[in-house]
Design a protein around this ligand. Structure first.
Ligand code: NAG
Ligand code: NAG
Ligand code: NAG
Length: 240
């Protein structure tokens, strides 16, 4: 079970919001906005069976924006493989305030990309495929932006960025239908700001576990990480 230790069921959060804030103050409205947008995430992830196939239900505490030069992930939109060949620009932000329990300078934020539908959703015998593991340590508590490597070289940000597994662009084979490509942001379950010693999966296939349908959930658990944000897209080969 990968549950943030402070997880409260989302419906309860919503209920509390509605029960105890008859006239919401601006900051509370922002909190509510975040809760609502993140409940859209959990609803869509559940509908796409990402919850519970890829990850257990969790309480998102950050919003994760994933964008390429001409496209953006939007919780289950479809993007052609040709538009996602380069590393996306990832931004993590907290719409409510900077006071999130997980929003910490020097804490390692781990970005992962996994494909649970390899070679196809009906026959996921190679699943999950590890497409990307990157660790970023923010140097301040402002919005964290993980720029593509070529841009990161520009001294615009002092965040540290390390790739544990190099970005392998989605390349769904012909005639395998739509694949789900799931982006997660993971943080240390114990909230530590100490550097992490993350393991590199021995293989992309099955995330090195050697077992069908095993992947990011197991890797995260082995590394003491829990999810705090997610986004996902669909992509398919044009030959179907
Ligand atoms: C960042 O943290 C510092 C020190 O904890 C605090 O004073 C500041 O307001 C925070 N900045 C933001 C943008 O939240
Ligand atoms: C973050 O780490 C740097 C370098 O180790 C240290 O100087 C700084 O005080 C740390 N900041 C916080 C908020 O822990
Ligand atoms: C927190 O978790 C990390 C990663 O699992 C581990 O390396 C570290 O020792 C833990 N720290 C504490 C204070 O428990």
């Amino acid at each position: 079970m990968l549950r943030p230790y402070l997880a409260v069921p989302l419906h309860l959060v919503l209920l509390l919001q509605f029960c105890f804030t008859p006239r919401a103050l601006p900051t509370e409205q922002e909190v509510l906005k975040q809760v609502v947008s993140n409940s859209i995430l959990t609803v869509r992830a559940a509908k796409a069976e990402i919850i519970p196939t890829v990850i257990d239900d969790f309480l998102p505490s950050l919003t994760m924006s994933v964008s390429w030069p001409s496209k953006e992930a939007d919780l289950g939109n479809t993007i052609k493989p040709k538009h996602v060949q380069d590393r996306p620009n990832i931004k993590l932000y907290d719409e409510s305030s900077s006071k999130s329990a997980y929003w910490k300078t020097n804490m390692t934020y781990v970005i992962t990309l996994t494909d649970p539908d390899a070679p196809s959703r009906d026959n996921p015998e190679w699943s999950e495929i590890c497409h990307w593991i990157a660790a970023v340590v923010p140097s301040s508590n402002a919005t964290v932006s993980i720029l593509p490597i070529f841009e990161a070289a520009v001294p615009k940000t002092t965040n540290t960025y390390e790739e544990i597994m190099e970005y392998k662009p989605p390349g769904p084979p012909p005639k395998t239908g739509k694949h789900r490509y799931v982006f997660l942001t993971l943080v240390p379950a114990n909230g530590t700001s100490q550097p992490l010693d993350l393991t590199k999966p021995s293989d992309r296939k099955h995330w090195g576990t050697g077992k069908e349908r095993k992947g990011v959930r197991y890797w995260a658990k082995d590394n003491g990480l829990v999810p705090v944000a997610a986004n996902f897209i669909y992509s398919q080969n044009k030959k179907q």
